[in-house]
Design a protein around this ligand. Structure first.
Ligand SMILES: [Zn+2]
Length: 276
């Protein structure tokens, strides 16, 4: 069972790496045209562009970022609570605020846990009340660009605008601009990093991708199994605000608790508001 599970994990990993190759090649060679734009209905996979693959602790697969990004890209968080010593996992929800945010917040509250939301700036005004409620409940928030653009397709000025315009939307709704930036599709390049650095922000990716966007209604238990299969202390799990994920969340939280994990928000801070 364990062996079979491992083999299937390896295949999934291999499939992910194959999908990443165009982005990796683009980053290494500056051939951005090689990055294929995924279908709009399907959030693409993955951690991104780097100039190499660095295997590291546990089951994590991390990518060495290009030089302007050194020290700026984070994949995970502290693995254990410094006081209790308990294992920690960081659930992150991308692409909202969405119609499912209220349900996700209610489930998290019932379980008494906090998570991290990477909101798309242009979507903030429509659900400003829920976004404020998320912050008031102690969840962490991050910037997920203005309109979910594939940044590596944009020039430096447009990339800056994607981040800065979103930061201003956060300022209007929440009164501050988040320090954490998660590039849509996990895709970034040197220009992204220069913009992020100039705004005093950091790039926060993930190291566990259960691909919730690829699942159909009825596959909630599969999402829980996928998260469990790749879990390790300190993992940042990439989820999305979707109907399926909202339905799977109660069982996922129960399973994480049974495995001895505490769900925590990522340690994030605020950034200076970009000028201009
Ligand atoms: Zn996204």
């Amino acid at each position: 069972m364990e062996g079979r599970q491992h083999a299937s994990l390896s295949r999934r990993r291999a499939a992910r790496l194959l999908l990443l190759l165009p982005a990796l090649a683009a980053c290494a060679g500056g051939l951005l045209a090689l990055v294929r734009l995924p279908p709009a209905s399907r959030p693409p996979l993955a951690p991104t562009p780097g100039t190499g693959v660095a295997a590291s602790a546990g089951r994590r697969v991390a990518f060495e970022p290009p030089p302007p990004c050194r020290g700026l890209v984070r994949f995970d968080g502290p693995p254990r609570d410094p006081v209790t010593g308990r294992k920690v996992v960081y659930l992150t929800f991308d692409d909202g605020p969405s119609p499912y945010l209220g349900s996700i917040l209610a489930t998290l509250e019932r379980a008494g846990v906090r998570a991290t939301f990477f909101f798309v700036g242009s979507r903030l005004p429509d659900r400003a009340g829920l976004v404020r409620a998320a912050l008031a409940a102690g969840h962490a928030v991050g910037n997920h660009s203005w309109d979910h653009a594939l940044l590596v397709r944009l020039g430096p000025a447009d990339q800056q605008m994607e981040i800065a315009r979103s930061s201003r939307a956060f300022l209007e709704v929440l009164g501050f601009a988040p320090r954490a930036f998660r590039p849509p599709y996990g895709s970034y390049d040197a220009a992204t990093c220069e913009a992020v650095r100039s705004f005093g922000m950091e790039i926060v990716l993930w190291d566990e991708d259960p691909q919730d966007w690829s699942l159909r209604s009825g596959q909630e238990a599969l999402l829980v199994r996928r998260v469990e299969a790749d879990l390790f202390p300190g993992a940042v799990v990439d989820l999305h605000e979707s109907a399926l994920t909202a339905r799977a969340l109660p069982e996922l939280l129960a399973r994480l608790r049974a495995l001895g994990y505490e769900v925590r928000p990522l340690p994030t801070g605020t950034a200076a508001l970009p000028e201009g």
